[in-house]
Design a protein around this ligand. Structure first.
Ligand SMILES: [Zn+2]
Ligand SMILES: [Zn+2]
Length: 220
């Protein structure tokens, strides 16, 4: 008798919780996301010693990876590669509006996939890159070096417009037209930047291989 009463009481007490739980499970996206977040937060707590929250980042990354895999799976399992939609399954008459929609949709999916994949790789690369290169070091290294290279370039005079017109050819390094150029002592014309890049590795003229050391310039 008393057990029955207790049972009804407990069922009545649990009823609202039960309804909320059912509602929560019906909202699939939200419940799945909450579960994932709870799980990842727990993982954070167990695996990361510092008090740090990485669960949102992990969740985002997890979803991106899942999306990429599901799209690849979709492509592998796809049987109907025709861009057209027919009126019925057996008819050969194409439905113009539906076909156009299908093409746009498939292209959008493909482009989204490529963009997502590119960004994922970029994030990976950026993360790796930032591990090894500190911006401050990079500036310290490249600043003075660039200045030195520019100073070295100043040993070669700028070509006059007439000289460029007479030369009437592309830059031998990048094969692009020249509007401005530098002249070597051996009278070869290059883009300033192309010459600077060449002088980084060799101190000879890229065209005739004559030595372009500073001594030979001053003796000119
Ligand atoms: Zn060039
Ligand atoms: Zn030369």
């Amino acid at each position: 008798m008393i057990w029955n009463q207790l049972n009804t009481f407990l069922v009545r007490l649990y009823d609202p919780i039960d309804r909320v739980e059912n509602l929560f499970l019906k909202m699939r996206n939200i419940s799945v996301m909450t579960n994932q977040m709870m799980f990842l937060m727990l993982a954070d707590h167990v695996f990361i010693t510092e008090p740090k929250m990485t669960c949102l980042y992990t969740l985002m990354f997890y979803n991106v990876v899942t999306y990429c895999i599901s799209y690849i799976k979709e492509l592998i399992e796809k049987k109907d590669w025709s861009p057209y939609v027919t009126l019925t399954e057996r008819s050969k008459i194409k439905h113009l509006a539906m076909s156009a929609t299908k093409i746009v949709l498939e292209w959008t999916k493909a482009v989204t996939f490529i963009v997502t994949l590119t960004f994922m790789l970029l994030v990976f690369g950026l993360h790796q890159g930032l591990e090894h290169y500190k911006l401050k070091d990079l500036l310290q290294i490249s600043g003075p070096v660039l200045k030195l290279e520019r100073e070295m370039l100043n040993c070669y005079r700028k070509a006059t417009a007439e000289e460029i017109k007479q030369f009437d050819d592309v830059c031998p390094v990048c094969l692009c037209d020249m509007i401005r150029a530098r002249v070597t002592p051996c009278y070869h014309l290059f883009h300033a930047d192309c010459l600077r890049q060449c002088l980084k590795t060799n101190d000879t003229c890229p065209m005739c291989k004559r030595g372009l050391t500073l001594g030979s310039v001053s003796s000119q």
